[in-house]
Design a protein around this ligand. Structure first.
Ligand code: ARG
Length: 465
């Protein structure tokens, strides 16, 4: 490059004047893509070493390039590197600095490479590493739910449909429902990692290169399973980012559901749980209040994360092959979603670990609202041989009577129950308690404490492997 190259040092050769300030503002991505500086530098080192191995650049040049890149890495890490908007992005910032540090050899690094495969590589590596971290964080969250389930295998609470009391369940079973959800999230994350495990480096601008490069070499050096197979697809592909965002969206949706339950359960009206002080906030005006702000914010983060997915889907929609600058708009939504999700998972893990259960309140609520009506009907089917539809009708009458007498089902007198159906005996009272209700639900996947114990053991074993 020469002194009179206007504006941009990398492609300024054919331009008469420097870029307009507005162009620079819309064009520059350095403010956010510096986030994957380490991945960009690792990619450049792998590329330089491969060029040397293939005899495309000299060993001496490769050595200087790698040493220069190491210097840049430490400059960025200790905060002395000066990022320049005029140099657009992380790739050109690093390369320009390399030229200052080592001189002409720096110009050989970009042989058989383009910023198109360079950005596809750096961003993909960042997303891949981030997803490995996400998988780990979800494991921690699963363990928090498992530990809570273990503590409360037999704690009875109301199970809801339509948020109306339905049948008693165990709190352990409820916790294990979330273990299942986050296990599916991890499965999605792991399969996405497998799909993105192809190295883009060497696909160059869009068509590959005429240089005798070795893509297996760089792919292996950068920890990928294999090089990608189609250069056009590779530089135009942001599925790895979309895979991350869709995994993140489903996971955030799951988080929002437990967050919502925490908000409901911690109201004085429900009084099922108590959040620890470290995960609650007070009100500046109402001294009695303890607010579940962290849960509410986890619930709300879902909006940002879903929004990020829709944003990138919309950016990618209708783009012709191969690279278009539109694709530079892929990064901020991914970074924002990643930061939001990481924080949401950490907050949820903390809240679940710390929360205490008001066992008595849960039990009381479990027994109210005629939650054992189905048990009564099932008893009539099993013990009195009545068809289920008729038993349902008889039970309805018993519920109506209890409502009239303003009591619960188990508080009705035997004579009253017998006036509804003569075959009812005192044994009925064994199934009308919430404990016997949950204990009886031993079908596979059911809420019985014995099942919860088995499920906890199943998942503990799974997590070990
Ligand atoms: N900063 C760009 C991006 O993030 C790098 C690729 C630029 N390639 C190009 N042909 N202008 O997408």
């Amino acid at each position: 490059m020469t002194k009179d190259d206007a504006g941009n040092q990398m492609w300024g050769g054919r331009f008469a004047s420097g870029p307009d300030a507005i162009l620079e503002a819309i064009n520059a991505s350095i403010d956010y893509d510096q986030k994957f500086y380490a991945q960009d530098i690792a990619g450049s080192k792998a590329h330089a070493n491969m060029l040397k191995d293939q005899g495309i650049i000299s060993a001496e040049d490769a050595k200087q390039i790698c040493a220069g890149l190491d210097t840049i890495l430490s400059e960025i890490e200790n905060g002395t590197f000066e990022f320049s908007r005029a140099l657009e992005d992380i790739h050109m910032n690093v390369e320009a600095r390399l030229a200052t540090l080592i001189g002409p050899a720096a110009g050989r690094l970009h042989t058989a490479r383009s910023r198109n495969d360079q950005v596809a590589l750096g961003f993909r590596l960042w997303v891949k590493e981030n997803m490995i971290g996400l998988d780990k964080a979800l494991e921690g969250l699963m363990i928090a739910f498992l530990d809570k389930a273990d503590e409360h295998t037999a704690t009875v609470m109301p199970g809801f449909t339509h948020l109306q009391t339905a049948q008693p369940v165990t709190f352990g079973h409820h916790c294990m429902a979330y273990v299942e959800m986050f296990a599916r999230d991890r499965d999605r994350v792991q399969s996405a990692i497998r799909r993105m495990d192809q190295c883009p480096l060497g696909t160059a601008a869009l068509a590959g290169t005429s240089f005798n490069i070795d893509r297996e070499n760089t792919s292996k050096a950068l920890g990928f399973a294999e090089p990608s197979r189609n250069s056009l697809d590779t530089v135009a592909d942001r599925d790895f980012a979309l895979d991350f965002l869709s995994c993140a969206s489903v996971c955030a949706m799951h988080l929002s559901r437990i967050a919502e339950e925490i908000v409901i359960w911690s109201t004085p009206q429900f009084g099922f749980i108590q959040l620890s002080d470290s995960f609650s906030t007070g009100s500046s005006i109402m001294p009695q209040k303890k607010n579940p702000d962290a849960a509410e914010l986890v619930r709300a983060k879902t909006g940002r994360i879903n929004g990020s997915l829709i944003a990138l889907l919309t950016v990618m929609k209708g783009l012709p092959l191969a690279y278009s600058k539109d694709m530079q708009e892929d990064k901020e939504s991914v970074f924002d979603a990643s930061e939001s999700l990481e924080l949401a998972i950490a907050a949820m893990t903390g809240m679940i670990t710390d929360l205490t259960v008001n066992v008595e309140n849960m039990k009381k609520a479990a027994g109210s609202g005629y939650s054992t009506a189905t048990d009564l009907a099932d008893w009539l089917v099993r013990e009195a041989g009545i068809p289920f539809r008729d038993a349902h009708h008889v039970t309805g009458k018993a519920v109506a009577m209890a409502i009239e007498k303003q009591c619960e089902l188990h508080e009705l007198a035997l004579e009253d129950l017998q006036s509804i159906h003569a075959d009812i005996t005192a044994a009925i009272f064994d199934v009308l308690s919430v404990e016997s209700s949950v204990a009886s639900r031993t079908s596979f996947g059911g809420t019985a404490p014995a099942n919860v114990v088995k499920q906890v053991a199943f998942w503990r074993e799974r997590l070990k492997n």
